[in-house]
Design a protein around this ligand. Structure first.
Ligand code: FMN
Length: 172
């Protein structure tokens, strides 16, 4: 009975959750990984969160149907590039392009140590190693150790709120 109520309520709650999440500001990242054949993948993700500093651990939720999901699980390595507000053009491009066309920008570099694509000039780039993953509904929660961090001195992140990319007003 409880399950029945839950199931019948589910679409409504999902719609309400979607609406609620429109009011939750999240920082925009571009997550990259490489397939075993060396092909790079990149995807916009805002589900990134810090889990622990000791040891340095983060999480990100990746849709199981996304192109990056398989390569990330196979290689177990990925890079989280936190976008600065002035890098909105990269997020817009990534949203409209597909496949390797998403790397069509001069700011992309390839890490000399592990070959991972990263964004030069990002607010931060976190090089991660997958520890474990858990399938939850349509997504996989990826828990990863942070192996290396490139970071910029000032914080001016690109934010996603109410279906739009935005900058934070630094005077407030
Ligand atoms: C602002 C923003 C944040 C997003 N965050 C995530 C996320 O955290 N996880 C996820 O799986 N998809 C997220 N998406 C959706 C993916 O970027 C989108 O489905 C993408 O097209 C998947 O990549 P693919 O087309 O290569 O499969 C987000 C999209 C936008 C615009």
């Amino acid at each position: 009975m409880i399950e029945h109520i839950y199931m019948s309520q589910h679409p409504l709650i999902a719609a309400q959750l979607r609406q609620a999440m429109r009011g939750v500001a999240s920082t925009v990242t571009l997550i990259t990984s490489i397939a075993p054949d060396g092909h790079g993948h990149v995807m916009i993700a805002s589900s990134f969160a810090s889990v622990s500093l000791e040891p340095p651990t983060v999480l990100v939720c990746i849709g199981q149907q996304t192109r990056i999901h398989g390569p990330l699980l196979a290689s177990r390595r990925f890079c989280i590039n936190v976008l600065r507000a002035e890098q909105e053009v990269l997020a817009v491009h990534c949203r409209s392009a597909t496949g390797t066309d998403r790397f069509d920008h001069e700011a992309w570099r390839f890490d000399e140590v592990n070959g991972l694509p990263y964004l030069q000039g990002a607010q931060a780039s976190l090089f991660c190693e997958l520890i474990e993953h858990h399938a939850v509904g349509t997504h996989s929660v990826m828990l990863a150790s942070v192996e290396r961090v490139l970071t910029s001195a000032y914080a001016d992140p690109l934010v996603y709120l109410d279906g739009r990319f935005r900058a934070i007003d630094p005077t407030r």
